[in-house]
Structure formats: structure tokens, C-alpha cells
Design a protein around this ligand. Structure first.
Ligand SMILES: *Cc1c(COP(=O)(O)O)cnc(C)c1O
Length: 435
């Protein structure tokens, strides 16, 4: 996009173009923006704003489409961190997905939502002894070990508990995922995984250690990956490792291919699960491996919106919303682009900066964006808010956590009530000596 065109907001997609890729959202001439069969204005009338709304139908359909692409090829483990609400996890469990967790809290959430322990994989660079003990006590499917140091810890803890931990070694393949620097995880300078060249020695060591049983390898090269090139490069390197390990007589059963499948935040298509399946087949097809996949964003991002009210339009240029960076942090954190669709779009358009009320310049959702004309009191939906949205929220500026609702066909239900002011300071103490 040319800089001038972008300044004039000329190349910004229209609401119709944005919604064309999202079948669960439609613009109804009478009811306005509608999710499945529920006008979003009806949810605002009861819950107010800001409010997250998720489409159960979209989540189910996306999981089914991904499972379909992976049939006979790989087991899908939903990456809980993308959206860890119990209802979302229940939907994933009902659709046959396991879970990829990165903390003890996520492990407990997954169990609470009904995901079987033997379908849970635990990733992360800094699992504490307490978290590893929890994983062992629950008897989860696999611990993805991210360092030689962690391998020793798992071995010692499992031995002390009289257990054997099934582990996969997370390889850092030193491949650039060609995504935003803050969500790249598979290059040598990133903190994740075990350096590629160290894997054979660490795997050999794991095979000899008590309390651990090396089941295979894992990788996760980053998030919001839009082409198969980076996957192909990483998978080819991992397949070389599998062959090298087996040539030494080591057993390698499993290959966890990670997550990262991207979605079209603009009016572009989502990354293709079939193309990813093709890359997996090409690299691992004749290695007789049990393949796994850990997608988060792709399954849930497009299924969610963040509803917000326009507080005021300042000098015709700044649209100030009642949602802010404390609710949806991605634009502030990653300069990410989210579509914005008014619930009742006007025919005329204008170019706006869309901002929140928080006292930070980075509290900006969009700069120089061409949008249907907006006025105070009107409502907008920020699109693709189902992943890395509510989970990243904070209460910065003493702003309560927003409400969450779920739409399923013609029904909708509250998933989480808006926080009350009292809940904001619940658990805080003023020591007596302060008087
Ligand atoms: C975050 C993460 C994922 C999911 O990434 P998405 O881009 O949401 O698909 C999968 N695996 C691991 C280890 C992760 O840290």
C-alpha cells in the first residue's frame, strides 16, 4: 500500500469486503450487524459495552475444517492461550481437539473444561517444578521440553514421584517465520526450544535418563504465519533430525508441528489448513510418525468481535471508543490491524484515528482509517478479536474486565459478567500501619 493512499484511507476495505470472509457475520438492513442469527445490538442492549462476543458456530466450523484437513494425518491440540475461556475449551473438546497448554493454570482450565489429560501437551520455556509435578500427577500426554536444563528437572521430579514422563524435545530449527518480530519463535536468537545442533546429544541423554521417555520432537516457529514456506523449511530440518536420530538407533515416534497458522486480519483469506497438511505430508509422509498440531489463532480469531461504543468524535478526526488497549492489546503490542465495522454503517465515509480512552499514545486501534461516518453513541465491532483478545486484557487505568457472550445459532448466553468496581480491588489490603 502506498503511504499516501494509506494516509487517505483509500485502500481500507469496506465493511462488506471485511464481512465477505466471515460467514457468521452479516449486515442485516433492519437489525444491523448480526452474528449467526443474533443481532449484536440485542447483546449490547443487555450487557452494554465493551463486550466480547464469540460465535460457537464459527469455532465449531473452523475446528471441523481443520480436523478435516488433518484426517489420518495429525491430532489437533488447541493452543489454549489464544482463548482460554472454559466454554471455548468445552467446544474444542466436543469437536475432538486436545489441548496445548503453557502454564499450570491453563492445564487446570483444560482439565476443568473436560479435556482428557492424555490429550494435553505442555509447552513453555520456564515450567516451574510445581507445574511439572502437576503435569506428572495429571498424567498428561506429553511434556515438550525446551532446554537441557529442563530435561534434568523433569527427570528428577518424575523419578521422585515414581513416574515416567513422556517428553518431546522442542527443536529451535533456526527458521524465520516471516511474521512480526514479536511473534517469531524459531530463530536462533529466540528464547524457545533447544538449538538444532544440540538435539542429537540431548535426545541421546534423554533416552538414558531415568523418569523420562523421549517420544519425539516438537517445534513451533511463530504465529500468524501466512505461507507454507517457513513451515516447509522447518519441517525439512526436523525430518532430517528424525532420520539422524533413528540412524543412531533412537526411537522417534512423534512429531509435534506446532501452531502458527495465520488468519486474514485484512480482507484477505486465512492461511490454508490444506496447504499446511501438504507441507506436513511432504516432510513427514513416509517417516511413519504420529503427527500433532497446536493451532490457536486460526481456530478462534475470526469467531470473535469486541463491541464498543463511540464515546465522542473529537474534531471530526479522533473516534474515541469505550474499549481500549487494556481490553484488546494487540494493536498496541504488535501494531496489528483489526477491521472495524459499525453496527449500522452510514453511506458516507470519513478518515479517522480510532483510539481508546487510556492515557497512552499506543492506545490506538487504527490510524487514518477510512470508515463509515461515525457519531457519539453509535456502536462498532472490532473484528478478529477471538484470539489473543480477552486473554490479554488487563485492568490498567482501573478499567473493569469486559463482559463476554457466546452466540450459538439464534441463542446467546453470558460467558462472563463485566467486572464490578469492588472486584477490581478485591484481594487488596491496606496495612494497619498506614492508618
Ligand atoms: C502460542 C503457541 C501456539 C499457538 O500459536 P497460534 O499462532 O495461536 O496458532 C502453539 N504452540 C506453542 C508452543 C505456542 O506457544
Amino acid at each position: 500500500m502506498s503511504e499516501l493512499a494509506s494516509l487517505l484511507g483509500e485502500e481500507d476495505p469496506s465493511p462488506a469486503a471485511l464481512l465477505a470472509t466471515r460467514p457468521h457475520l452479516s449486515l442485516n438492513p433492519i437489525d444491523g450487524l448480526t452474528m449467526e442469527e443474533v443481532p449484536l445490538a440485542a447483546i449490547i442492549a443487555e450487557l452494554g459495552t465493551p463486550t466480547w462476543v464469540y460465535s460457537a458456530g464459527a469455532m465449531r466450523a473452523r475446528l471441523a475444517r481443520l480436523q478435516n484437513a488433518m484426517t489420518g494425518l495429525a491430532e489437533v491440540h488447541y493452543a489454549v492461550k489464544a482463548n482460554d475461556h472454559l466454554a471455548v475449551l468445552r467446544l474444542m473438546a466436543a469437536g475432538g481437539a486436545g489441548a496445548d497448554v503453557v502454564s499450570g493454570g491453563e492445564l487446570l482450565r483444560a482439565r476443568k473444561a473436560g479435556i482428557a489429560a492424555d490429550k494435553i501437551v505442555f509447552s513453555g520455556v520456564g515450567k516451574t517444578a510445581g507445574e511439572i509435578r502437576l503435569a506428572l500427577a495429571e498424567g498428561i500426554e506429553q511434556i515438550n521440553v525446551e532446554s537441557a536444563e529442563e530435561l534434568e528437572t523433569v527427570s528428577a521430579l518424575a523419578s521422585a514421584m515414581g513416574r515416567t514422563a513422556r517428553v518431546a524435545l522442542r527443536v529451535n530449527p533456526d527458521v524465520d517465520a516471516h511474521t512480526h518480530a514479536k511473534i517469531t519463535t524459531g530463530t536462533a536468537k529466540d528464547k524457545f526450544g533447544i538449538p538444532y545442533t544440540d538435539i542429537p546429544a540431548v535426545y541421546r541423554h534423554a533416552a538414558a535418563l531415568p523418569g523420562v521417555e523421549p517420544a519425539g520432537l516438537a517445534l513451533h516457529i511463530g504465529s500468524q504465519i501466512m505461507s507454507t514456506g517457513p513451515y516447509r523449511a522447518a519441517f525439512a530440518r526436523a525430518a532430517d533430525l528424525v532420520r539422524a536420530l533413528r540412524a543412531e538407533g533412537l526411537e522417534v515416534q512423534k512429531m509435534d508441528c506446532g501452531g502458527g497458522l495465520g488468519v486474514g486480519y485484512h480482507d484477505t483469506a486465512d492461511a490454508s489448513p490444506d496447504a499446511l497438511a501438504g507441507a506436513m505430508r511432504a516432510a513427514f509422509g513416509n517417516l511413519a510418525l504420529e503427527l500433532m498440531l497446536e493451532p490457536g489463532r486460526w481456530l478462534v480469531a475470526p469467531a470473535g468481535v469486541l463491541l464498543s461504543e463511540v464515546v465522542l468524535v473529537k474534531a471530526g478526526r479522533f473516534v474515541v471508543l469505550d474499549a481500549a488497549m487494556n481490553d484488546l492489546m494487540r494493536p498496541a503490542l504488535y501494531d496489528s490491524w483489526h477491521g472495524i465495522v459499525p453496527l449500522r454503517p452510514a453511506a458516507e465515509s470519513a478518515v479517522y484515528d480510532v483510539v481508546g480512552p487510556v492515557c497512552e499514545t499506543s492506545d490506538t486501534f487504527a490510524r487514518a482509517r477510512r470508515l463509515p461516518r461515525l457519531a457519539a453513541g453509535e456502536h462498532v465491532a472490532l473484528l478478529e478479536a477471538g484470539a489473543y483478545g480477552a486473554v490479554m486484557s488487563s485492568t490498567y487505568n482501573a478499567r473493569p474486565r469486559a463482559a463476554i457472550a457466546l452466540v450459538d445459532g439464534a441463542r446467546w448466553a453470558l460467558l462472563r459478567a463485566r467486572q464490578t468496581p469492588e472486584e477490581l480491588w478485591a484481594g487488596e489490603r491496606i496495612p494497619d500501619f498506614l492508618g
